[in-house]
Write a protein that binds this ligand. Structure first.
Ligand SMILES: Nc1ncnc2c1ncn2[C@@H]1O[C@H](COP(=O)(O)OP(=O)(O)OP(=O)(O)O)[C@@H](O)[C@H]1O
Ligand SMILES: [Mg+2]
Length: 268
């Protein structure tokens, strides 16, 4: 089977922000390679600052790539111009951690979910509304949510709206950057289950980004562990959990155990 996306030796450097000095550029992503098969999930895990979101932004054409290739839909996305990348973006959608800031507070849920159709052009008002209602239904929200605004929704509902919006152009790959991290434990489980259902129904591939190795193990087929811009360990979920060869992976395992314990204390 052909992978949906194949990343080869991806490098992302940021120009240093130090004013007046020509400091060396900072390497956030250092020669990262992976691929994801249709209908499967790769979890990218790593501590804060390890470069996970930088990978996500490069894949979604939201940050220019320093070097390397991103093969998607028969093309190297990293080499496309701004204009050319517009044709690719609909098939490769990204959802962020905090829907409170990624959803326009002045718009209705219906407008938010249907907005990608506007950008695509020539979809009549009525059809947009119908497709928004269908999209909401797919994520477990009824048509009664069409006229609401983000402020009137719970965190979990907002994340459902963000997912509905990401799916409206029928992408092949969803990049999920810490989409569960801002949610309460019980809501995390609900959204995780929704993601699994959607993947089965639509045959989506996921790049699931998290610092929670346990959640990664629950959702993913494969795990890649990032540390300081590099993938330090990569393989099937069982192999990574059983082996945990790297200190980085062991730390992450330890950290997610601590997460669980604090949750348990909070629930009591
Ligand atoms: N626009 C930018 N300009 C300069 N440096 C940046 C920029 N964006 C990120 N960085 C740096 O690149 C490194 C990787 O950041 P990135 O956001 O990719 O990490 P992350 O793994 O997503 O972290 P987190 O788990 O906290 O979200 C960090 O050291 C960060 O400070
Ligand atoms: Mg991040």
């Amino acid at each position: 089977m052909e992978p949906v996306i194949r990343v080869e030796n991806l490098v992302k450097r940021y120009a240093s922000r130090e004013l007046g000095r020509r400091a060396a550029a900072f390497t956030a992503v250092d020669s990262v390679s992976f691929s994801i098969l249709p209908g499967s999930t790769l979890a990218l895990v790593g501590e804060s600052g390890s470069g996970k979101s930088s990978v996500a932004l490069c894949l979604a054409c939201l940050e220019p790539v320093t070097s390397g290739q991103i093969w998607f839909d028969g093309r190297d996305v990293a080499a496309l111009s701004e204009r050319e990348s517009r044709a690719v973006r609909p098939k490769l959608q990204i959802v962020f951690q905090d829907p409170a800031t990624s959803l326009n507070p002045r718009w209705t849920v219906g407008e938010i979910v249907a907005e990608p159709l506007l950008v695509k052009g020539r979809v009549a008002n009525r059809e947009r509304r119908e497709r928004a209602a269908q999209g909401l239904e797919r994520v477990g929200l009824g048509a009664e949510y069409l006229e609401r605004r983000p402020a009137e929704l719970s965190g979990g509902q907002r994340q459902r709206v963000a997912i509905a919006r990401a799916l409206i152009l029928e992408p092949k790959l969803l990049i999920l950057d810490e989409v569960l991290s801002a949610l309460d434990c019980s809501i995390q489980g609900q959204i995780a289950n929704l993601l699994v259902e959607l993947q089965r129904a639509l045959g989506l591939a996921y790049l699931f980004i998290t610092h929670d190795l346990r959640m990664a193990a629950h959702l993913a087929d494969e795990i890649a562990v990032m540390s300081r811009g590099k993938i330090v360990e990569q393989g099937a979920v069982e192999t990574i959990l059983r082996g945990a060869r790297c200190a980085e992976t062991q730390n992450l395992l330890g950290a997610s155990l601590v997460d669980r314990e604090t949750e348990a204390v909070r629930e009591r």
